[in-house]
Design a binder for this molecule. Structure first.
Ligand code: FAD
Ligand code: UDP
Length: 365
C-alpha cells in the first residue's frame, strides 16, 4: 500500500480540478508544486486590497455549460466582461474590431460603409491568405492592420507578421455591430475574491508540498502514490534527451500608483512597435475594487530562456515534431496520467483545461 492514491505534480488548474474529484471519490492526494504557491498561472497576489493577476490578465469565459456549472458550484463569479482598448500613439480604439473601431478609424456609422472600405482595402490580397499579415488585411483592411495589429503582433511573437501563421489572428472576433465584448462566449466573469478562492476550494483536503520540484526526486515521489498525475513539461520529465521545446515568455512589471484610477479599464493594448510593452493591466477593474490606490502591470513579451516561465508554446512544425517524440515516451508510462497546458504543449484557455480535466476524471473515478 502506498501512502497516497495520487501524487499530483503541479498545483495549477488542471491538478486542482482533478484533486477535487479525487477527494469526492474518497481518494487521497499529495500535491507537489515547485513554485511557492498553488494556482499555477491563475494565482493572484493581494496588493493594496486588490487581487493582482500575477501571471497576466485572466478572464474566465466559456460556452461549455458543464464547465460553467462546475466552476460556479465551487465559487461565485462576477459579471466582468472584457472590453479592452487599443492605444496607438495616443489614439484610442475599441477592441475587438467592431463598428466602434471602424467609426473611430474612418468615421463610418453603418456596417455597409465599413464593409465597403474593408472590401476596397483587401483587394491587395490575391487568393488564400498565406500568413498573418495577409490574413489580417483580408479580415479588416490595411489601415487597421498597420495601426492595431502589426506592431502588437510583432512585439508579442518576436517575428515579422509575414512569417507568422494566419490562424493566430483568427482568434479575434470581427463584428459589424457596436459590441465591445472581446469574447464570443455565452458565460464570462471573474471569481469573486479572485482566482485563489477557486483554487483553495478545489485543493481543500489535499496535502501540499510547495517549493518542491518533482523532477529532482522522481523515484521518491513515485513511491508515495499509486499513480502520478503529471502537469509539467514533458521535455523536463525526460531530462531533455531529444532537445528542448521552445516557448515565448513574458516579463511583468507591477507598480502601485497613488491614484484612484489610472486607465479606467482593465486592459489597454499598446499597438505601436515603439512602445516596448504590449499591454497595461489595471487589476482593480476586474472586481471593481474601491481603493485609494491602484496597481498596474506592464506586460513585456520575451524570448524564453532557461529559468523563465514558459507561457506560450511555439507550435511550429519543428517543435510539434519534437513534442511528439516526448509524447510517445509518455504513452509508455503505466502509472502516470498527463494533462494541462505544459504536458500537452498547447495554448489552452482555462475552460478548456477544466473540460479536459473533467474528461480525465470521468475515466478515472
Ligand atoms: P499551470 O497553471 O501552468 O500549472 C502547472 C503547474 O505545475 C505550475 O504551477 C508549475 O509551477 C507546476 N510544475 C511544473 N513542473 C513541475 C515540476 N517538475 N514539479 C513541481 N511542479 C511543477 N485562460 C483563459 O481562459 N483566459 C485568460 O484570459 C487567460 N489569460 C492568460 C494569459 C497569459 C499571459 C497566459 C500565459 C495564459 C492565460 N490563460 C488564460 C491560460 C491559463 O493560464 C491556463 O489555461 C491555465 O493556467 C492552465 O492550467 P494548468 O494547470 O494546465 O497549468
Ligand atoms: N492582436 C493584435 N492587436 C491587438 C490584440 C490582438 O494584433 O490589439 C492579435 C495578435 O496577433 C495576438 C492575436 O491577435 O497574438 C490574438 O490575440 P489574443 O488577445 O487572443 O492573445 P494574445 O496573443 O494577445 O495574448
Amino acid at each position: 500500500m502506498k501512502r497516497y492514491d495520487y501524487v499530483l505534480v503541479g498545483g495549477g488548474l488542471f491538478s486542482a480540478v482533478f484533486a477535487y474529484h479525487a477527494k469526492k471519490a474518497g481518494k487521497s492526494c499529495l500535491v507537489v508544486e515547485k513554485r511557492n504557491h498553488l494556482g499555477g498561472n491563475i494565482y493572484c497576489e493581494n496588493i493594496e486590497n486588490i487581487n493582482v493577476h500575477k501571471y497576466g490578465a485572466h478572464i474566465f469565459h466559456t460556452s461549455d455549460k458543464r464547465v460553467w456549472d462546475f466552476v460556479t458550484s465551487i465559487c461565485e463569479f462576477n459579471n466582468f466582461v472584457n472590453s479592452p482598448l487599443a492605444n496607438y500613439k495616443g489614439e484610442i480604439y475599441n477592441l475587438p474590431f467592431n463598428m466602434n473601431t471602424f467609426n473611430q478609424m474612418w468615421g463610418v456609422t453603418t456596417a455597409d460603409e465599413a464593409k465597403a472600405i474593408i472590401e476596397e482595402q483587401k483587394k491587395e490580397i490575391c487568393g488564400e491568405p498565406k500568413n498573418l499579415e495577409e490574413q489580417a488585411i483580408s479580415l479588416v483592411g490595411r489601415d487597421i492592420y498597420e495601426k492595431l495589429i502589426k506592431g502588437y503582433t510583432e512585439k508579442q511573437w518576436g517575428r515579422d507578421c509575414a512569417e507568422l501563421p494566419a490562424f493566430i489572428i483568427k482568434r479575434l472576433p470581427v463584428r459589424y455591430t457596436y459590441d465591445n465584448n472581446y469574447f464570443n462566449d455565452i458565460y464570462q466573469g471573474i471569481p469573486v475574491g479572485g482566482y485563489n478562492v477557486l483554487i483553495e476550494r478545489l485543493f481543500d483536503g489535499c496535502e501540499v508540498l510547495l517549493n518542491t520540484d518533482y523532477n529532482q526526486n522522481r523515484e521518491y515521489f513515485n513511491s508515495m502514490g499509486e499513480k502520478v498525475l503529471y502537469t509539467g513539461t514533458l521535455d523536463s520529465l525526460y531530462d531533455y534527451k531529444f532537445g528542448k521545446l521552445d516557448y515565448r515568455s513574458l516579463k511583468f512589471e507591477t507598480v502601485v500608483l497613488k491614484v484612484e484610477d489610472y486607465q479606467g479599464v482593465a486592459v489597454v493594448n499598446y499597438t505601436e512597435r515603439e512602445v516596448p510593452y504590449t499591454r497595461i493591466i489595471e487589476h482593480k477593474h476586474f472586481e471593481g475594487a474601491i481603493t485609494d490606490k491602484t496597481v498596474i502591470t506592464r506586460e513585456y513579451p520575451a524570448d524564453w530562456q532557461d529559468g523563465m516561465e514558459q507561457y506560450y508554446p511555439v507550435n511550429d512544425d519543428k517543435n510539434n515534431q519534437l513534442f511528439m517524440k516526448y509524447k510517445t515516451e509518455a504513452e509508455k508510462e503505466s502509472n502516470m496520467l498527463f494533462g494541462g497546458r505544459l504536458a500537452e504543449y498547447k495554448y489552452y484557455d482555462m475552460d478548456k483545461v477544466i473540460a479536459s480535466a473533467l474528461a480525465l476524471c470521468d475515466k478515472e473515478f
